[in-house]
Design a protein around this ligand. Structure first.
Ligand code: NAD
Length: 355
């Protein structure tokens, strides 16, 4: 049985979210950036990072777990390096500003490295890869999370010690093909997907979950609540585990805000750190050749005869573009449970807006 849903117009949803965030005390510019980020995640098909996050975000704002008056500080600002302490503020506005600054440095000097820490949830990391790609730059992003208990077990471990630590790599569009965008959690499956399966009473794929005794399970019910039992497994065994660990080192250690190890206080609110590298392809050689070579490689890979003709080989970033095209026209489908939760947030803030 499928849950009833409605299609919402993206601009209307954006305004609703921004109004609620301002109602919760956010500055208008922060509210606009966060609302744009969340609705963009819905447009790209990543509903786990979309409007459904609003109730938690408003709750964090009201409990002063987000610094609503944050003024991000530059810890380092050299020709090719920028390190930011976001002063505990909202994720999206601070990260968009960071990537803008790093992009200017990369254009001037060929490459730039950037870190940001002490910041609320950064959301869909692909947004920052897209931002760099739109500026004509190559980018890499490594993210860890602190402030909440871990959810992913190390390879060969039997309990959670890591976040779902995402990695994103983007390459700008060519004349013929849109940007390459790989944006992925380092767990076998995303926590949001486990929660959806738990709510629907479904099983999860074998090998993606362990129970609280550390035994493999396909039953997601222990992960449904805030007090989680068991753990997600890392993507691709030791390889995803290694990538998740690299995120702790690059984002948490190099970034300066720390890792998920319990010596760092868990404030009860998810914070991210991100390490980003931006590269100007023009600094590395002939961009006409690079574009032609990118196109030739893409054409070669995508011409592999599919095992199933209904599921052809895709270019990373294509799934998001396909769904975004559809949702921009037809609206964003939200289930009535989520719509009810969003309306309840507006009501609790004394706002008249309803979806
Ligand atoms: P996913 O599995 O849906 O997609 C991963 C990547 O694979 C995307 O780049 C997509 O374009 C590509 N892809 C998907 N199907 C493909 C196919 N058939 N062929 C080629 N490429 C394909 O993503 P996910 O791992 O579930 O992550 C979901 C989102 O959650 C991401 O946006 C991530 O940034 C976000 N996230 C954020 C945090 C945080 O702390 N802020 C933590 C974890 C995840």
């Amino acid at each position: 049985m499928s849950m009833p849903e409605r299609r919402l117009e993206p601009a209307a949803l954006r305004t609703f979210i921004a109004t609620a965030l301002v109602g919760a005390g956010a500055r208008q510019t922060d509210a606009d950036a966060v609302a744009t980020h969340l609705v963009d995640a819905n447009l790209k098909g990543h509903d786990s990072h979309g409007a459904g996050r609003l109730p938690a975000y408003v709750d964090h704002a009201r409990r002063e777990l987000i610094n609503l008056q944050a003024s991000p500080r530059e810890l380092t600002d050299t020709a090719v390096l920028i390190r930011v302490d976001a002063d505990g503020g909202w994720g999206a506005p601070a990260a968009y500003a960071l990537i803008d600054r790093a992009a200017a440095k990369a254009r001037a000097h060929g490459l730039a490295a950037a870190t940001i820490g002490n910041v609320h949830h950064l959301g869909r990391i692909g947004a920052y890869g897209e931002q760099a790609a739109a500026a004509g730059l190559v980018s890499m992003h490594f993210v860890n999370m602190t402030g909440e208990p871990p959810v992913v077990a190390p390879y060969r471990g039997s309990d959670a010690r890591f976040g779902t630590n995402p990695v994103c790599i983007s390459f700008p569009a060519t004349q013929r093909r849109p940007a390459f965008l790989l944006d992925m959690a380092t767990s076998q499956i995303a926590l949001g997907k486990v929660r959806v399966a738990a709510n629907k009473g479904l099983q999860v794929p074998a090998g993606s979950l362990i129970d609280r005794q550390g035994r493999p399970t396909t039953d997601p019910s222990g992960m449904a609540r805030a007090e989680m039992e068991g753990a997600l497994t890392p993507l691709g065994k030791h390889k995803g585990y290694g990538l998740a660990f690299a995120c702790e080192l690059l984002a948490g250690v190099l970034g300066g805000a720390g890792t998920i190890q319990p010596g760092n206080a868990r404030k009860g609110v998810l914070q991210n750190s991100m390490f980003s590298v931006l590269v100007d392809p023009a600094a590395f050689g002939d961009t006409d050749w690079m574009q032609a070579e990118t196109d030739a490689m893409a054409q070669y890979a995508l011409a592999s005869p599919p095992m199933d003709w209904d599921s052809p080989v895709l270019y990373p970033g294509d799934p998001e573009r396909a769904i975004a095209g559809k949702r921009a026209k037809e609206g964003i489908p939200l289930d009535e449970t989520t719509i009810g939760q969003l309306n309840a947030v507006a009501e609790s803030l004394g706002l008249a807006e309803r979806l």
